[in-house]
Write a protein that binds this ligand. Sequence first.
Ligand code: OGA
Ligand code: NI
Length: 347
Amino acid sequence: MAVAPHKVLLLDLASNINRVPSNYIRPISDRPNLDKVDSIDASIPLIDLHDVTGSNDVVQQIGRACKDYGFFQVKNHGIPDEVINNMMQVSREFFSMPQSERLKSYSDDPSKTTRLSTSFNVKTEKVSNWRDFLRLHCYPLEDYLHEWPSSPTSFREDVAEYSRRIRKVALRLLEAISESLGLERDYIDRALGKHGQHMALNYYPPCPQPELTYGLPGHADPNVITILLQDDVPGLQVLNNGKWLAVNPIPHTFIINIGDQIQVLSNDRYKSVLHRAVVNSYKERISIPTFYCPSPEAIIAPAPKLIDEEHPCQYKSFTYTEYYQKFWNRGLAKETCLDLFRATPYI
Ligand code: OGA
Ligand code: NI
């Protein structure tokens, strides 16, 4: 009798089980409590970007959202529907390829610049997450394009076009965020050195017992900003005033969140907020975050202009590499990684 192949990807395991395997089950104290989640529409601000370069009002709205929520959604961002639809479609096609084809991209080494994996960090974590993901570095494109999957046939073209367009949105947002902090428009851009851009194609299969596990447990993003595209299936939740809010999908919008590096640069004026992805029993969900990052050697510290007697310096300076390694090695613990880089308290 042939031995069944070892199933490293969740998608292939999930398709024929009706209970969650024990390594995915969270302790009772750490479950999603889905009936306690607020699910009102427009739970986070929706900002119209069409006049982001010319309008003080948009900059103010962005600043307020960064302070009060750490999250906002944007419309009129300038990315054509076709580019978004192609990105989503090719992601769906990627995850519907046979296992043997998908496994060509598999690796459990977080330092690889292109890799398909499952959960979060299978080498270090104790409880698994209900997710498979394809992670890609995408800037500068020519350095990475040849590593990307070559099937589906339009994969490289569709994803490259999407990542070029999303980079422009990221740069405009960073300018607006700098300005909203009272810094020069290019302050954050310069502080980041030679930027990096990564993306993840997250695939959350339907889950027979969604109340026992997470797609991704509560975490803050370690990078500068994240721009998330999600399909029409809800799952993202954001912590606000101690309560989880569901962020229901609005077609053709992106969800933006402040990452840990902006919290540091802003000397805690803006917060990198905990968020999580929950799963459901009826439909798979795809989400596509783009993570905008500092260069690995960039030295990150609070902007001097934002340090004064009332706002003492909250962080030691560090390189992004130091930060990023800590993030991946410690797993997605609830406490943010930022606390490991706090300045020693005043005496
Ligand atoms: C992430 C993330 C949320 C989602 O990948 O960092 O927060 O809705 N994803 O998939
Ligand atoms: Ni995240």
